[in-house]
Write a protein that binds this ligand. Structure first.
Ligand SMILES: Cc1ncc(COP(=O)(O)O)c(C=O)c1O
Length: 372
C-alpha cells in the first residue's frame, strides 16, 4: 500500500513535544490515571480493580463492560453493534479498507482530517471534496452534494462537530443528509469524535448510528473526553455487513485492544458527564479570552466563532499563514497550525480551545503581535 504522508501529523511530529505552547491542539486537556480514577463513585475500588486488570489478550470487539458503557452514549445501540479500536484512526483505516474498492467514489466533507480521504485515495478511490465555505459560516450545501453524486458513489464521509472549523450541522440539514444517503443506498460515515461538546446541548444531533443502518458513527475517548493517551476509539453501527467486514480486518491490524486502556475507558465513559462538564468549562473560558483577542486585532484576523468542539479556524488577513506560523513558533514558542495542511488556500489557521494554558499562550501570541 502506498499512502501519502499525513501532513498535519508530520507537522506535529516536528513540534508537539518541544514547543512551549500548543495553541492548535484538537483534544481537550488530559489528566492522570489517578485523577481519572478519582472521578469514579468508588475511587478506591476502581484503583484496586485497575491493579488487578488481567494482561492477557482481550475480546477482539472490545470488552463487554466497555461496549456497555459506549452504548450509553447512543439511544438504540446494543453492545454487539459496537466495535472498539485503537483510536478513531484505526477505525477510519479499517472502514475504508473494509468497504471500498479501487474506482469506487466517495464524497468527503472538506476541509477535513486527512485520513478521511487519504486512506480511500490510497485504495484507488475517486474522492470528491464537499466543501464547507467560510462565506456560509462553514455550512455544507445539500445541493452541492446532489451534484457530486456519481453512479460509482459508495459513501459520504462527514465530520460534525467539525475539525477544523467547529461547525455543527443544523438538524434540518442533518435529516436531509441522512435521507439522501438512504434513498441513494450510500453508506454515511459520520465522524462524531467531537460529539457531546456542543456549547448548547440542545443543538446536539442524534448519532448517525441511531438514525438507521445506512450509517456508521465514529467515536473516541481523545477529544470531548480529553483522554487521547488511552487510544480507544470505536464505531457503532446497525449495519451488520460493515461491522463484520471491519471486525475481520481488525485481525490484521491490532487483533484486540489494550486491556488497561479498555478498563480506564470504561471508567471514563461511565463518568463522561463529569469529563464533559470539566472540558466545556475550559473551552468556554478560553472562548472569552480568544473573543477578546480577536476584537482587539480585528484588522488582522477574521473569526467565525465555533458552535461545538475544541477548535476554530480563523483567517489571517495580512501576510502568508505558513510564514506567520513558522515565525511565531520560532520567535515565541507558540504553535498554530496553518490551514494549508488541510489543503485550505484561504489563509486560515487552526486554533485549539481545549487546553488550560490557552490564556498564557494567547498572552505570548499577543506580545509577538505587538512587537511586529
Ligand atoms: C475529525 C477527527 N477524526 C479522527 C481523529 C483521530 O482520533 P485519534 O487520534 O484519537 O485516533 C481526529 C484526531 O484529531 C479527528 O480530529
Amino acid at each position: 500500500m502506498k499512502i501519502s504522508p499525513f501532513k498535519l501529523e508530520r507537522y506535529f511530529a516536528k513540534y508537539e513535544f518541544n514547543t512551549e505552547f500548543l495553541l492548535c491542539s484538537s483534544d481537550c486537556e488530559a489528566m492522570s490515571i489517578a485523577d481519572l480514577l478519582a472521578l469514579d463513585a468508588d475511587p478506591a475500588g476502581a484503583a484496586e480493580k485497575f491493579q488487578q486488570t488481567w494482561l492477557g489478550y482481550t475480546e477482539s470487539q472490545g470488552s463487554p463492560a466497555l461496549r456497555e458503557a459506549i452504548c450509553a452514549i447512543y439511544d438504540s445501540i446494543q453492545p454487539d453493534e459496537v466495535l472498539v479500536h485503537t483510536g478513531a484512526e484505526e477505525a477510519i483505516f479499517l472502514f475504508m479498507h473494509a468497504m471500498l474498492n479501487e474506482n469506487d467514489h466517495i464524497i468527503v466533507h472538506a476541509p477535513h482530517y486527512q485520513s478521511l480521504s487519504e486512506v480511500a485515495n490510497s485504495i484507488g478511490c475517486a474522492v470528491s471534496p464537499w466543501l464547507a465555505r467560510e462565506e456560509n459560516n462553514w455550512a455544507l450545501d445539500l445541493d452541492e452534494l446532489r451534484h457530486l453524486m456519481r453512479s460509482s458513489t459508495k459513501a459520504i464521509i462527514v465530520n460534525t462537530p467539525h475539525n477544523p472549523t467547529g461547525y455543527l450541522m443544523s438538524r434540518a440539514d442533518y435529516d436531509a443528509l441522512n435521507k439522501f444517503a438512504r434513498e441513494n443506498n450510500l453508506l454515511l460515515f459520520c465522524d462524531e469524535v467531537y460529539r457531546e461538546s456542543e456549547y448548547d446541548p440542545a443543538t446536539r444531533l442524534p448519532a448517525a448510528c441511531d438514525v438507521g443502518d445506512h450509517a456508521v458513527s465514529l467515536g473516541v475517548t481523545s477529544k470531548t473526553y480529553g483522554l487521547a493517551g488511552l487510544r480507544i476509539g470505536w464505531i457503532a453501527t446497525k449495519n451488520k455487513k460493515v461491522y463484520q467486514s471491519m471486525a475481520a480486518l481488525k485481525d490484521y491490524t491490532t487483533i484486540c485492544n489494550s486491556a488497561p486502556s479498555e478498563f480506564l475507558s470504561e471508567v471514563a465513559l461511565r463518568n463522561r458527564q463529569k469529563l464533559i462538564d470539566r472540558n466545556l468549562a475550559i473551552i468556554q473560558n478560553n472562548l472569552t479570552v480568544v473573543d477578546d483577542l480577536f476584537s482587539r486585532h480585528a484588522d488582522l484576523f477574521k473569526w467565525i466563532r465555533p458552535h461545538a468542539g475544541s477548535m476554530g479556524f480563523p483567517k489571517l488577513l495580512k501576510g502568508d499563514i505558513e510564514d506567520f506560523c513558522d515565525d511565531l513558533v520560532k520567535k515565541a514558542g507558540v504553535l498554530l497550525l496553518p490551514g494549508s495542511l488541510y489543503d485550505d488556500s484561504g489563509n486560515h489557521f487552526r486554533l485549539g480551545l481545549g487546553r488550560k494554558n490557552l490564556p498564557q499562550a494567547i498572552e505570548r501570541l499577543e506580545s509577538y503581535l505587538n512587537a511586529l
